[in-house]
Ligand binder design. Structure first.
Ligand SMILES: [Zn+2]
Length: 428
């Protein structure tokens, strides 16, 4: 827990509409799927009382105010007038790559002129160009970039963030990236889960000897990451042009030996045999533009969350998006994340991602809210503390200047977040 003092008692008063993934669900049973992905509790004229960083009461205004005033002296109670706006749980952005230095503007122009992701990568752009600048950057420069990103995220309602390394791709630069994430996490009010993504792409110097790079990841990088406790998760980009399924298994096995949880980028361009990774209980499979029937069957029977990142499809100008109905009808639990990164998804905004989910993938606003909050928390294994407005959970909330939560995805790029509460602390 950060800092010495949490805001002692905060009353979010005059809420026009409180909207949360239904509180009538036991999140220990796993992520929300099927009908539970559509269930949102709505309370008009509401209030939320938070103390010591946790939600104490949430519900009809009169009752919450009465109970809060009975517990705490008026002088000690910080009141925030939500001006009849909407309060939702803070977003859990479960997939971001903030440890980079420069935007990729040349790639941006090339893509506009018609080059594909793979053509740009072959020409030395893409991830490899970010690697060059991260290797040259100081840790302080990386921290500055990461801190900027986290602050912007909080201003748009995000309170929990997953942050990956993966633009270093050598021991020193991966450790530098993860230390930068850790240091910023210690200063930022929100909650950060760090992910080691040494297996993002095979760096140029190992082009002729991929097996050796996989060995370096497993035997040199991963043990140091674990020893310094720099990461919660290990991620692999399992894809044509990145790492094969068997290399992914090797890296997952190494992660397991070091007691780190795993997740993967998978199915962005081609379908993978997801069932191969069963033994490692991945917390999340991310992208899933391509998934075969066996993969859907496997997902519907397991608690691995599928994290969709439509910002990448949008920025790459793709016509196609993952088939949400097929996944939802099969009972696959879905989360939404920004995939914030300089090459394919330079957005920090979860409301914008919800807009894309609704307009491009035909998720309902209720499904998008559940995916952006509680199922994001499931994808980070923190749904016991985060992702819904329930007494006892962390007081992580976002206040929007609208009348109805469905307006959050409706007003595209509307920038309507008025305030964010992180563990009971108000960030206006
Ligand atoms: Zn990614």
């Amino acid at each position: 827990m950060r800092g010495t003092e949490l805001a002692q008692a905060l009353l979010l008063d005059n809420i026009g509409q409180l909207a949360t993934p239904t509180a009538n669900w036991d999140d220990r049973a796993g992520p929300r799927r099927g009908n539970a992905m559509r269930e949102v509790d709505i309370v008009p004229e509401a209030a939320v009382f938070c103390r010591d960083g946790e939600i104490v009461f949430a519900g009809p205004r009169e009752e919450v105010v009465r109970r809060a005033e009975a517990l705490v002296d008026a002088a000690q109670l910080i009141r925030f007038d939500c001006d009849a706006g909407v309060v939702i749980p803070g977003f859990c952005d479960s997939h971001t790559h903030p440890a980079f230095v420069l935007p990729r503007l040349t790639d941006f122009e090339k893509r506009i002129a018609g080059a594909t992701y793979e053509e740009i990568a072959l020409a030395g752009g893409g991830i490899k160009s970010s690697v060059r600048s991260v290797r040259e950057a100081s840790q302080a420069e990386l921290e500055e970039q990461i801190e900027f990103a986290f602050r912007q995220m909080a201003l748009q309602g995000t309170t929990t963030v997953e942050a990956k390394s993966g633009y270093g791709l050598d021991l020193a630069s991966e450790l530098k990236s993860l230390r930068a994430i850790r240091n910023v996490a210690n200063r930022w009010a929100g909650t950060v889960y760090a992910t080691f993504l040494g297996a993002h792409v095979v760096p140029a110097e190992y082009k002729e000897d991929r097996a050796e790079y996989v060995r370096v990841v497993c035997e040199e990088m991963l043990p140091r990451v674990a020893e310094e406790r720099l990461a919660d998760f290990v991620d692999v980009f399992c894809e044509r042009g990145a790492f094969t399924e068997s290399e992914t298994e090797q890296i997952f096995a190494a992660a397991k030996r070091h007691r780190l949880l795993v997740r993967a980028h998978v199915g962005q361009f081609t379908a993978a045999a997801l069932q191969r990774f069963s033994d490692y209980h991945p917390a999340s499979f991310d992208h899933l533009d391509y998934v075969d029937e066996a993969g859907v069957d496997w997902l519907s029977a397991h608690n691995t969350v599928v994290t969709l990142v439509p910002g990448a499809n949008f920025f790459l100008g793709q016509k196609g998006y993952p088939n949400v109905r097929r996944l939802m009808d099969a009972g696959v639990p879905l989360a939404l994340a920004t995939d914030y990164n300089p090459g394919t998804s330079p957005t920090l905004s979860m409301p914008f991602v919800m807009s894309l989910a609704c307009t491009q993938m035909k998720m309902s606003p209720a499904e998008a809210l559940v995916a952006a909050t509680i199922n994001g928390a499931h994808a980070l294994c923190c749904a016991d503390r985060k992702g819904s407005i329930q007494p006892g959970k962390d007081a992580d909330l976002a206040v929007f200047g609208v009348d109805d939560y469905r307006e959050i995805p409706y007003w595209i790029a509307g920038d309507l977040c008025l305030a964010t509460v992180i563990r009971g602390e108000l960030i206006a």
